[in-house]
Design a protein. Structure first.
Lengths: 381, 290
């Protein structure tokens, strides 16, 4: 789960990394009162779950409450790479002496943590790395041992951060690593981590991705979601325990297993169509799960037809067929359903659908045939 | 020969008394796998349908000489369960079925096992290993498979079933089907399994099923160029997947511009692998190569 900047900063504050004082605002008036409370110069920053806000005009300075209100009015509602801004963060402006870059992530190839530190913060780190590779210091960390004091210190000196404040920046690097591990993050990135003119080290930005598999250890992390404006259909699917991602096309997809569903999207595209969603009912789905999945899709007006692709392992095709029949009876389905069943109890499943004798159910033998039929039906829409 | 599991497998199931562990543990036994023990702390001294249950892995291994463990422990305790199996002397293979283990736990477990244990970990978040006609350690429905000359290795459960089914319906059997799982830090990678299939005299061709995220397929492509002489057919899922979204599996995510299906397909193609664009074409492609 990608956090807003201010949510990530609240986690930094928890582990003792200094962050500027600020307030979240959802309207220009709220931004004005936030600036009044903070006093002095402030920065108004768009809160979106995507990078590149600065270039898109989503970060603006304001001299006092009236200006903060005006800047917030400009930023709120702005579209940044497909994300609409619903929240701004108003924070006290900092006196910047130097901008650094610090990040921690898992290097999947090396199967170890990776730290990246640079004295050239405040810009796109990938661009810095390609133009000036020696300005970017990378090290691997053994997750069993963790980041040692000497490694943090070495990172800071090798990257060429200010020598007079090296202890402070090394301490911030250690604390950010602590946040990365103890708060179960997939990514902690601070760009920039700044040195102020007073010699303080402050996290001026944050990009934090949380591992939702670890939320059982951090039950309060669910609350971060309340600040997001979630797609209503994604929200409905999540509340019903379905693994769902909204996409741009017109063929609704239901399948079992992440790999099979991903591959169904690909095959639909291969035969000239495009998927409206990714929906994985998981292993061992019963009739209810299938009915539920179809119910969620009825709420998406972009869906013109649905393709159900099941390879039964733990999942039984007869139960999937019963779920479809039940949906035909209890829901007003506005589109045809192309069904391809294979694996455990596939023959039984197919005969259940045949007995139901519904015009809405279109059987298919192979995945490609199913995709072709679904794309054709969606085009008729 | 089969790889990882076979006639010499002596299986202990961690979490045998839970509903999933019980269902699959006994389904594996029915298939012919030698199920020798179960472990559930607090239930030591009981037995389940003739299988003795122990409080700990050390006790189970001491009493039964188990050499393979299958982990059905819930996500919050699974990392601990894997480490316990790794610490039990005599355990050579750990198959972790559990889905939803935190990535930080997996990274610690992977590195700690490598440093302290001789055991091989397969998974987590995988369907396990099936050597048709010999042993099944996992949740793959064994009736879709048959013995034969093809080795199968995959990051996805249902796509493995799909591929195995395609092979079997064409009368092409399998030496072993290995699910390495869909998580970001798998215990066993494509390269590890390819190495074993290359060394296995009975395996004549290899099917490899990858997906978006990470660079395991690219690493496999380099290994194939250097060290695999047997024909390989590959499929990579997620060509149309959007960036920065976890597509069901925790490890199936295109991060920025890295981990795309296109890059993986290109790397495999350049290594001489037959790359198919539809999972149902796998059987046909293998048939042509054999």
């Amino acid at each position: 789960m990608d956090l807003f900047e201010y949510q990530g900063k609240s986690l930094f504050a928890r582990v003792g990394v200094p962050v500027p004082e600020g307030r979240a605002a959802r309207s220009p008036a709220e931004a004005r009162s936030a600036a009044e409370e903070l006093g002095g110069r402030v920065v108004v920053k768009a809160q979106v779950q995507v990078g590149g806000r600065g270039k898109a005009g989503g970060i603006k300075l304001a001299d006092g409450p009236a200006e903060a209100e005006a800047r917030a009015a400009e930023i709120l509602g702005m579209d940044i790479k497909g994300h609409t801004v619903h929240v701004v963060w108003v924070e006290r402006a900092s006196d910047i002496a130097a901008e650094y870059y610090v990040s921690f992530t898992l290097d999947r190839g090396a199967k170890r943590h990776m730290a990246i530190v640079s004295a050239k913060g405040g810009m796109d780190i990938e661009a810095v790395a390609s133009e000036n590779p020696e300005a970017v210091v990378k090290i691997h960390i053994d997750p069993v041992v963790g980041l040692a004091n000497w490694e943090a210190s070495e990172l800071v000196y090798r990257a060429g951060l200010d020598r007079a404040t090296a202890r402070k920046s090394a301490a911030a690097v250690l604390k950010l690593y602590e946040a990365f591990v103890s708060l179960d993050c997939d990514l902690v990135e601070v760009n920039p981590l700044i040195l102020t003119k007073d010699g303080e080290i402050i996290a001026l930005d944050s990009k934090v991705t949380l591992d939702s598999n670890a939320f059982f250890r951090h039950p309060d992390f669910e609350d971060f979601r309340k600040a997001f404006t979630e797609d209503p259909i994604e929200q409905m699917a999540r509340e019903r325990g379905l693994n769902f991602i909204k996409l741009e096309g017109s063929v609704g997809i239901v399948g079992n297993g992440a790999g099979l569903v991903m591959s169904t999207l690909d095959v639909v595209s291969l035969v000239g169509g495009s998927a409206a969603n990714f929906l994985d009912v998981g292993g061992g789905a019963g009739a209810d799960t299938i009915t539920n999945a179809l119910d969620v899709l009825t709420n998406d007006p972009t869906v013109k037809t649905v393709l159900i692709n099941i390879f039964g392992g733990i999942t039984r095709c007869d139960l999937v067929a019963r779920g479809i029949v039940e949906a035909l009876g209890s829901l007003e389905l506005p589109w045809p359903i192309v069904v391809r069943l294979d694996g455990t109890n596939a023959a039984e499943g197919r005969s259940i659908l045949e007995e139901a004798a519904s015009d809405l159910v279109v059987p298919a033998v192979t995945m490609r045939e199913a995709a072709e039929k679904a794309v054709e039906l969606a085009a008729k829409g | 020969m089969a790889i990882y599991v076979g006639e010499n497998t002596r299986l202990v199931v961690q979490g045998l008394t839970g509903s999933q562990g019980r269902f699959h543990g006994f389904r594996n036994r029915e298939y012919g796998t030698n199920l020798v023990a179960g472990v559930t702390p607090g239930k030591g001294g009981t037995d389940l349908d003739g299988v003795p249950v122990f409080d700990s892995m050390a006790q189970a291994v001491a009493a039964t000489d188990a050499n393979t463990s299958m982990v059905f422990v819930p996500p919050a305790f699974a990392a601990d369960g894997i480490l316990e199996a790794g610490a039990a002397e005599g355990i050579e293979l750990i198959v972790a079925i559990t889905e939803g283990i935190p990535a930080q736990d997996e990274a610690r477990v992977f590195n700690y096992l490598k440093q302290t244990s001789g055991a091989t970990l397969i998974g987590p978040n995988c369907p396990g290993v099936l050597s048709p006609g010999k042993a099944n350690v996992g949740i793959t429905p064994p009736e879709i498979a048959m013995p034969g000359p093809v080795g199968v290795v995959s990051r996805s459960g249902t796509l493995t079933y799909q591929a195995v089914h395609e092979l079997t319906t064409r009368g092409i059997g399998q030496t072993t089907c290995v699910g390495i799982g869909g998580d970001p830090v798998p215990g066993t990678s494509f390269v590890d399994v390819l190495e074993r299939f290359q060394a296995d005299d009975d395996t004549e061709a290899i099917v490899m099923i990858g997906e978006i995220g990470g660079d395991a397929e690219e690493q496999a492509a380099r290994f194939i160029t250097d060290q695999v002489s047997k024909p390989v057919v590959a499929y990579v899922a997620g060509v149309t997947a959007p960036r920065d979204k976890k597509m069901g599996h925790a490890g199936a995510i295109i991060s920025g511009s890295s981990g795309t299906a296109q890059a993986k397909q290109e790397a495999l193609g350049a290594a001489g692998v037959t790359v198919v664009d539809d999972p149902t074409s796998i059987g046909e492609a293998v048939e042509r190569l054999l």
